[in-house]
Design a protein around this ligand. Structure first.
Ligand SMILES: [Zn+2]
Ligand SMILES: [Zn+2]
Length: 457
């Protein structure tokens, strides 16, 4: 996850893999679980809501978890793994284009984005020309190679299947352009079908990252196509500074999550120290000390400059799940052991009581007895605060030492597939006085109800 370990992309599958060092969690590493969730799940645990490590039950469930299951979305059950991999590559390409654009506009290397723009524009130009030619049945004459013909046919089908906007968005993806040019008709049929069922997600992904999909269309508006013209009309801006300050509601509309007082939940990349919470301390207690062990990125025993690359978090979306509230949906294929992100929030003292929902105890990886601080992402946090609970969770909280900080991370405890909901185990204490309805085999609430001789759930 350091600068030297960027996203790797397998050439054969376009699978996104995030490397972290070390990749494997130590088997003795306890799972410190607690309750980041949507406000719907607000539950108080006496005066405190924090939960301490509950390793045994959680890890046994994790080990029984099915690897690489892709099952949470109705949208995926008719599609093959190949198609999901290609769609993951399309999201990945769009994310990279948007990062390149950011880099270019902030005065860094403009070349990668220029290349992206040229490729997208050429593809769109060709597509629109084809469409014109199709109207007058000149296609065969004007597209002599089989690849040209293949692409022309693909473009026409994509257009009718997913509409012009999704087509214009995906035109920025090399993977999409390749499928149009060289994919079989069966592959294209499946891919466009899958895209058609996930248009809100694709559109939102591009919109929240500021993809300039209208750019290559501008010269084709007005005179050539009323359809394009309609698409080029400006839309109202979303009141969000970061993709994870917005979620897709059940009605497919975009919503901004707020706290109980109506304040927007603000995104931060990493935890922040607030001196106001620490009258007796002037220094951030999560700063790395010599007793916190070696850096988990470079293994250095001394202070180093390593930082956790949080780009895995680019490849998730916040969506509302029926009966659960806001949750996190994977837009990539993550591997067991991938560090998905820091559990970020405001760094509060151990006795902090004002966050009964999201707070997580932070400990050093070398000392599981002592709380260093409490991380509260109620107002300021990142996407990890929205991860829902499951008794068959796909991730776990881990304690890490990285660079000059100690942090809590969310890491994949098994492979996580495209469009799968990312879940975490909140721990048995969380469910003491209420019923988990995750429906998983070995659900903690089924243990409780059995031991109480009750069948109710
Ligand atoms: Zn380091
Ligand atoms: Zn459960």
């Amino acid at each position: 996850m350091s600068a030297s370990s960027p996203w790797r992309r397998s050439p054969s599958s376009s699978l996104i893999s995030l490397s972290s060092s070390p990749r494997k969690r130590s088997s003795s590493s306890p799972d410190t679980t607690i309750s980041p969730s949507s406000p719907r799940k607000r539950v108080r645990f006496g005066s405190r809501t924090r939960i301490y490590p509950d390793g045994s039950s959680c890890s046994s469930r994790v080990s029984s978890a099915r690897a690489s299951s892709v099952e949470t979305s109705d949208e995926t059950e008719y599609t093959s793994t190949d198609t999901l991999l290609i769609l993951a590559a399309i999201y990945h390409d769009i994310a990279i284009v948007c990062l390149n654009r950011k880099a270019a506009s902030s005065g860094h290397d403009p070349l990668p984005y220029e290349k992206d723009s040229v490729s997208a524009a050429k593809f769109v130009d060709r597509a629109i020309t084809v469409n014109e030619l199709l109207k007058v049945e000149l296609l065969q004459k004007n597209f002599p190679t089989s690849e040209d013909l293949n692409e022309a046919t693909a473009v026409r089908i994509a257009w009718s299947r997913v509409g012009f906007r999704i087509f214009a968005i995906c035109a920025w993806s090399q993977a999409f352009r390749q499928v149009c040019r060289m994919g079989s008709s069966e592959l294209r049929r499946k891919l466009f079908g899958l895209m058609a069922r996930n248009m809100t997600s694709i559109r939102t992904f591009a919109r929240l990252r500021g993809l300039d999909w209208r750019g290559p269309l501008l010269k084709h508006g007005k005179h050539r196509s009323r359809k394009i013209d309609h698409r080029l009309r400006p839309r109202p801006k979303i009141r969000a500074d970061h993709p994870h300050e917005v979620y897709i509601a059940l009605n497919k509309k975009l919503r901004v999550p707020t706290d109980a007082s109506g304040n927007k939940r603000v995104h931060i990349d990493q935890s922040i120290f607030r001196p106001k919470f620490w009258p007796s301390k002037t220094q951030d207690p999560t700063k790395r000390r010599s007793v916190d062990g070696t850096c988990d990125i470079c293994s250095s025993e001394d202070l180093c400059d390593c930082t956790l690359d949080s780009r895995a978090g680019e490849m998730v979306e916040l969506v509302e799940y029926p009966g659960k509230g806001i949750g996190v949906r994977s837009l990539a294929n993550f591997k067991a052991g991938d560090i998905l992100g820091e559990f970020a929030g405001e760094i509060c003292p151990d006795d902090y009581d004002d966050d009964p929902v999201y707070a997580l105890v932070q400990q050093s990886k070398t000392d599981s007895e002592t709380a260093i601080a409490v991380i509260s992402p109620m107002r300021f946090g990142n996407w990890t605060r929205y991860i829902n609970h499951s008794c068959n969770a796909s991730t776990s909280f881990e304690r890490r030492t990285v660079g000059n900080r100690t942090i809590m991370t969310v890491e994949a405890s098994r492979d996580i597939g495209m469009y799968e909901e990312i879940t975490i185990n909140y721990g048995s204490d969380y469910w003491k006085n209420k019923t988990c309805k995750c429906g998983e085999e070995g659900c903690i609430s089924s243990y409780h109800s059995e031991s109480e001789g009750s069948n109710s759930n």
